[in-house]
Design a binder for this molecule. Structure first.
Ligand SMILES: O=C(CO)[C@@H](O)[C@H](O)COP(=O)(O)O
Length: 220
C-alpha cells in the first residue's frame, strides 16, 4: 500500500499555526489531535478551531479524536469536511454504526486503539473501516518513545487486512521518527504520523521526505 506521511501539528508552534500548516504542504495529510482532558490527560481544541484549520490548511485534515463520547462528537468532524476521522474504540459504544455515519457524511472512518487494547475483537469488522490507527505511545502527548511492544499488533492487523483483500489503511502514531519508521513499516504500517520528528526539524519538507524515503526503503 502507498506510504503516507501525516505530520501531527500537536508539536507545532500554535502561535504561528497557519505558517506551520504551510510548512508541511509536502505531506499527505495534516494530523490534528483533538483532546478533551477526559479520555486523555491533555486538552487541545474542538470543532471551531479544527474547522478553521481545515479552511487554511493546504492539505487534507486527518482528525484524531482522543475524546470521550465519540458516538456523539465524531460526526461533527466528518460533517465539517475533515478527510479522515479517527475515533477511539475505547470511547465508542457502537463503532460500526459510528463508522457508517462518518462515511455517510463523506469522510474516511478510522478506528483507533490504545497500546493496551487488542485488535482481535475488531478483526472481523475491518471492512467497516477505511483505516485502523494503532497507537505506538499512550495517547495524550507528543515527544514520547515509540513502543516496540505494539508492533506484533501492527503485523497481525496487516495480515488480516491482506488476507481479506481489503484496502484498509494502517496508521501508526507516536514516537515515529527516522530511527523507528522502518520498524513500523516492516511490521505493516503504511500511514505514518510524526509530530516532533517533523516539527523539531528546521526544514520540515526535508524531514517529511526523509521519513518517506526511509519508509519506502523498509517496504521493499
Ligand atoms: O496522538 C498523539 C499523541 O497522543 C500523536 O499524534 C503525537 O502528537 C505524536 O507526536 P510524536 O510522538 O510524533 O512526537
Amino acid at each position: 500500500m502507498s506510504i503516507r506521511i501525516h505530520p501531527s501539528i500537536l508539536s507545532c508552534d500554535f502561535s504561528r499555526l497557519s505558517e506551520e500548516l504551510d510548512a508541511i504542504s509536502a505531506a499527505d495529510m495534516a494530523h490534528v489531535d483533538v483532546m478533551d482532558n477526559h479520555f486523555v490527560p491533555n486538552l487541545t481544541f474542538g470543532p471551531p478551531v479544527v474547522e478553521r484549520i481545515r479552511e487554511v490548511s493546504p492539505i487534507p485534515i486527518d482528525a484524531h479524536l482522543m475524546i470521550e463520547q465519540a458516538d456523539r462528537h465524531a460526526p461533527v468532524y466528518a460533517d465539517m469536511g475533515c478527510a479522515s476521522v479517527s475515533f477511539h474504540a475505547e470511547a465508542s459504544a457502537a463503532p460500526v454504526r459510528l463508522a457508517r455515519e462518518i462515511r455517510a457524511l463523506g469522510a474516511k472512518a478510522s478506528l483507533a486503539i490504545r497500546p493496551a487494547t487488542p485488535i482481535e475483537p475488531y478483526i472481523d469488522l475491518l471492512a467497516e473501516f477505511d483505516q485502523i490507527l494503532i497507537m505506538t505511545v499512550e495517547p495524550g502527548f507528543g515527544g514520547q518513545s515509540f513502543l516496540d511492544v505494539c508492533l506484533p499488533k501492527v503485523t497481525r492487523t496487516r495480515q488480516a487486512i491482506d488476507d481479506a483483500g481489503l484496502e484498509v489503511q494502517l496508521q501508526v502514531d507516536g514516537g515515529v521518527s527516522a530511527t523507528t519508521v522502518a520498524r513500523a513499516v516492516a511490521a505493516g504500517a503504511n500511514v505514518l504520523v510524526a509530530g516532533s520528528a517533523v516539527y523539531s526539524a528546521e526544514d520540515r519538507t526535508a524531514a517529511i521526505e526523509e521519513l518517506r524515503e526511509l519508509a519506502h526503503d523498509a517496504q521493499r
